[in-house]
Write a new protein. Sequence first.
Length: 401
Amino acid sequence: MSFSLSRRAALAAGLGGLALPMLGRQAFAEGQGPIRIAALSPLTGAGGSYGPSMVKAIQAVVDEANKAGGVIGRPVELVVEDDQTNPEAAVRAMRKLIDVEKVAAVMGIWASSSAAAVAPLCWESKTMMLTCAGADALTNLPHLGYMARTQPNTTLQGRKFGEFAIAQGAKRVFMLSPQTPFVQSQFENITAAVKAAGGETELLIYDDKKPSYRSELQQALRFKPDAIVLGGYLPDTTVLVKDLLRAGYTGTRIAFAYSVNQKLVESVPAEAVEGIYTIAPSPAEGSPAFAHMTDQAGTKTPDPYSTQCYDQATLALLAIQAAGEATGLAIHDNLRKVSQGAGGVKVSTITEGLAALKAGKTIDFDGASGPCDFTDKGDIVDCQFRYEQVKGGKLTLLRIA
């Protein structure tokens, strides 16, 4: 279902305590109808633990923009859809967002499978898509510039995993993963890093709906790995870590932080997760934008996807203000002008950016997730990574680099 967050989405997203704007009571300069942007996020399914906070971050930007007088003199309204971490559901929702809600931009897409499924609808309708999905193949699609992502691609992520495994002393690295749009690229780039250091790798694709992976683990252990990379989502990784414990594996385990999160840590026996390493793109902790976001969104430790969504919403609205019109084409043409404007005024909030643009200035937005600079293909240029390890039942920060 599709609806405005200012009416019902707070309940669907578990955001009952969120203060929502009363758009109709605000005075806006031009008195036009609202500008509509959308969050197509995983409120349920494998990514369901992240979707509500992603939506909340986007709504915080919308609220702040409305308090600042709106964008191009108009109020902003957020329309929320649950993609259920499922590409078929994502397509149904996206059609409604485009055909019925007439949104200028969609953001907060988390799963690569969902992003790949809705991308053609976006470029065909000239709806701007801003995503947290990392599969390399996404920005290789013929998206005509109607896609940009704040999440690093799997070329970069795979290299970081491989280099980290080598740094832990691993020489034989085995990757276990369900079939995802990013698994092949992730594995190839892990392999490149491991082989460059004289090591070997192997990959096994598994069915992510199985209740047990004992046979898959027997195959993995025959490789005699000193490091295993867990490439799945939370539900299947939950099963895998318990099966690894039963199998007696004592080597290094490395996982995506979105799968081995605190929810998983608390749901399995302590010995099943103790010592697991996780890697994730890191928010720009300590930056002005990060400090502002934590205050506006009401969270002191936002996950990487929430900070990215906060930045996506800010960029979309600033691009609309720069263009003077609320269309996907306007965002398409102005995204880089506000995110990496040469010689522009550095801004870190929607309020600062809107004020500078209204004053006729060029801006350069640095966000809560880091510098939001994009390649011509739509990939983020660079970001920091966060390395953590489960110690004593809690994820403990090792370093940000």
